[in-house]
Design a protein around this ligand. Structure first.
Ligand code: SF4
Ligand code: SF4
Length: 273
């Protein structure tokens, strides 16, 4: 496959996976409520497909901290999401999470009205904030004895609001959190995801030694900066930032590199940043 085709291939696959994941969450409550079909139940935080259950690592960890005991079905349901993060990094964020997908769609929509292909980020904070947010969230969960992210996670709220609409014909006030997160993108792309999502932080931590990462060919790279402008997280692959824990392997930089110097590659090494 030519490199240009490979890049389009990544974009198409990402769109397919993102829309499929959102469709599953949108359709499930309709099937449950109107047709009593329970093959798919729940949403991103806790999803049941047939007899298999998948629980998000952060929400699972919160439940363990609150209950102060290990529960085998919960641990089993966390295995696949944890393995995914260990081997592929933050791919949930880059390829599945509805917050990134909706932000991606709004970016593409805005591009239709802008002469510039890529937007600028207006307000930056230290990237390391995400680790403190993760730590603070886990500490608060323990102190309050309540799984905060289970109730307030923006990706979880997308699924929960969908369920509320179908089952109770109403939206909740918490849904405004999703709106606020999407609006913050206008100031800085993926503002919440970069700095304040504890789930993104935990997945980044788990994926620190991931096997899938963006590799750069130093010889062909002209350091034009196109990849850095394309990255929704403001990372600069030309100086090795795609190697960092923060990268969510979305492949956006690979798509935009004119020299085809970047590739999503399965590697043996580990992340150093
Ligand atoms: S950082 Fe959080 S909100 Fe953003 S894509 Fe990842 S899980 Fe979704
Ligand atoms: S460095 Fe590339 S793969 Fe990583 S988050 Fe940025 S655009 Fe996506």
């Amino acid at each position: 496959m030519s490199e240009a085709k490979e890049r389009q291939h990544i974009r198409r696959w990402r769109l397919l996976v993102q829309s499929g994941a959102l469709l599953l969450i949108v359709i499930a409550p309709f099937l449950n409520f109107y047709f009593s079909i329970d093959f798919v139940q729940g949403w991103y935080q806790s999803l049941g497909i047939g007899k298999l259950w998948f629980v998000s690592p952060l929400e699972g960890l919160e439940s363990i901290l609150v209950a102060k005991r290990l529960y085998l079905p919960l641990l089993t349901a966390m295995v696949v999401p944890v393995l995914l993060a260990l081997f592929l990094g933050r791919v949930f964020c880059g390829w599945i999470c509805p917050i990134h997908f909706l932000s991606d769609l709004s970016d593409r929509f805005l591009k239709l009205f802008s002469r510039k292909k890529l937007r600028k980020d207006h307000f930056l904070l230290p990237k390391t904030i995400i680790w403190y947010v993760l730590l603070a969230e886990l500490l608060l969960t323990m102190i309050l004895g309540a799984p905060l992210f289970v109730f307030l996670s923006p990706p979880g709220l997308v699924g929960r609001e969908m369920m509320m609409v179908v089952f109770f014909k109403t939206l909740t006030l918490e849904g405004l959190i999703v709106v606020a997160v999407l609006i913050a993108n206008f100031v800085t792309r993926r503002f919440f995801c970069r700095y304040f999502c504890p789930l993104g932080g935990l997945l980044a931590f788990l994926g620190s030694k991931r096997k899938l990462r963006v590799a750069r060919d130093e010889e062909s790279c002209t350091e034009c900066g196109m990849c850095a402008r394309a990255c929704p997280l403001g990372l600069n692959p030309a100086i090795g930032e795609a190697e960092s824990n923060y990268c969510w392997n979305c492949g956006e930089c690979v798509e935009y590199c004119r020299e085809s110097s970047l590739t999503l590659t399965w590697v043996q090494g580990s992340s150093k940043r």
